[in-house]
Ligand binder design. Structure first.
Ligand code: ADP
Length: 479
């Protein structure tokens, strides 16, 4: 029998130990799905207080030699929900502190983030060496976003023949720091070049990952194309164009156990594509919970989102009156930019029976909105992958999305949702009008819902694509 491929998956957050965004979801689901396919995938994550607290039993593997924010120890355990093996980098000076993984209690970046995440990257590269402390040498190193971007650079200069892959979840965050840090981080001066990690006179962790890795993936095929253009390349488009033959998009899956309308414990009623009576009850329960008028026929639009410019929700504010005039209702859950928060609050105050705005973070309510709404608004200006549109489909709530990034790859207009191409509130409105017309055509609506609910958005397909890519990189590195 072939021995399983060994993959070290390095991440700065992983659910349910620590989460600030979608990266944490991928970091738990993908390694578990890879293990289901028979790969030996293990996670490396920093030992923040929440990680040490929630990880269960951890055993000491090694004390690590490091020049950054030491001392550091490597602990081993298992993920609480999936039982994926996890290595925890326990470096108290780097990670044992108040605040989140990236921000302090004042909401500002930790002043030593460069050292903190260089440490994680350095240890990841060390663990790829033949004489590492693990008695387990990975065949391939998989890193994620800028926080682990230096790992391919460290690996390159250490000369270990292990291929590396970086996944871009969010190109907007690049980990740019002053050049003077280079020697502190233990990188040779030759790395500070256009063909290296230099970025307009500074050093960029993300660019290091994009330059020194053997392969780059991003979280949807469409976004892999879009980031090669100036509009969405965030300054990295030149490098991404150059590396175009080593860049692919693999669409994220969703956690189908967490997001299963048939068994979701956050809901008052469960339902499936065969038996949808529960969905109507969920709508009535949501209307009651949010103080909206109890109307089974009013088309209810849901929004669950960070309230930021990226998400195009200013367009939703602009067309809201049109939706209300047509007898629609809107339920919004989110936090973010003060102007958007205020805009939605004001709308809800003016129309309490038709609009509810919950400004905050509430996982249970996010499930109840997905279940109780008829339509889901996600008109993002850009969207690397997006998860909510796929949750919506599974819950029979048809998404109205902009034709970009992962939204373009997961929603087919008029088949399992609705999409538009323009970049205006008017373009969104024209599509909302089409969606409303479909809503009032009951047989058509039922067909669309069924198609959306039966769609397979599980991780298995994506995990197979990653597994094939690892195998290709490993084969190439052996020639
Ligand atoms: P992004 O990662 O850009 O924020 P995604 O759609 O990829 O967008 O993922 C967002 C995730 O965060 C989803 O799981 C969504 O349900 C959740 N989420 C966002 N805002 C809230 C909120 N206010 N309350 C509960 N869940 C939220």
């Amino acid at each position: 029998m072939l021995r399983p491929l060994k993959i070290l998956f390095v991440t700065s957050e992983v659910r349910p130990l620590i989460k600030t965004g979608g990266l944490a979801d991928v970091s738990s689901s993908l390694p578990a799905a890879l293990r289901d396919l028979g790969l030996d995938c293990r996670i490396l994550v920093p030992g923040y207080p929440a990680v040490l607290e929630h990880c269960g039993t951890l055993t000491l593997v090694a004390t690590l030699p490091t020049t950054l924010l030491g001392p550091a120890r490597l602990l081993a355990g298992h993920m609480p929900d999936t039982h994926t093996p996890v290595y925890v980098l326990d470096a108290p000076q780097a990670y044992q502190r108040a605040g989140g993984p990236y921000l302090n209690t004042d909401g500002k970046d930790h002043a030593d983030n460069a050292q903190r995440f260089a440490l994680l990257s350095q240890v990841a590269a060390q663990l790829c060496g033949p004489d590492n402390a693990l008695n387990w040498q990975p065949d391939c190193l998989h890193v994620n976003d800028w926080q682990t971007g230096l790992a391919p650079a460290y690996l390159h200069f250490a000369g270990h023949p292990v291929p590396s892959l970086i996944t871009i979840h969010n190109l907007a965050f690049q980990g740019v720091y002053e050049a003077a840090l280079l020697s502190i981080l233990g990188l040779p001066s030759e790395s500070f070049a256009v063909h290296g990690l230099e970025y307009y006179g500074d050093l960029s962790f993300l660019k290091a990952g994009l330059f020194y890795s053997d392969w780059i993936t991003t979280v949807s095929p469409r976004y892999a194309l879009e980031i090669q253009n100036e509009a969405l390349g965030m300054g990295m488009q030149g490098l991404l164009q150059q590396r175009n033959h080593h860049l692919t998009g693999i669409l994220n899956g969703i956690d189908t156990a967490d997001w299963n309308p048939g068994s979701d414990l956050h809901l008052t009623h469960n339902f499936t594509y065969r038996a949808t009576a529960g969905k109507r009850r969920c709508k009535a329960a949501l209307q009651a919970e949010l103080g909206l008028a109890q109307s089974a026929d009013a088309p209810l639009f849901g929004v669950v989102s960070r309230l930021t410019h990226q998400k195009g929700l200013d367009w939703v504010l602009q067309i809201a009156q049109g939706i209300l005039t047509q007898g629609g209702q809107i339920a919004i859950l989110g936090t973010g930019e003060p102007l958007l928060e205020a805009g939605f609050r004001q709308l809800a105050n003016q129309h309490p029976k038709q609009v509810a705005a919950f400004i905050g973070y509430d996982e249970g309510l996010s499930h109840r909105i997905e279940a109780g709404a008829d339509l889901f608004l996600m008109p993002s200006r850009f969207e690397p992958c997006g998860l909510n549109q796929m949750y919506s489909q599974r819950y029979g709530t048809l998404p109205v999305v902009r034709d970009t990034g992962g939204l373009a790859d997961s929603v087919s207009d008029g088949v399992d949702g609705f999409s538009f191409t323009g970049e205006t509130a008017h373009a969104l409105w024209l599509t909302v009008e089409r969606a409303l017309a479909a809503y009032h055509d009951r047989p058509l609506w039922r067909r669309l819902q069924q198609t959306a609910m039966r769609k397979d958005s599980s991780w298995e397909k994506s995990a197979r694509e990653y597994a094939a890519l690892y195998a290709q990189l490993i084969a190439q590195s052996q020639h």
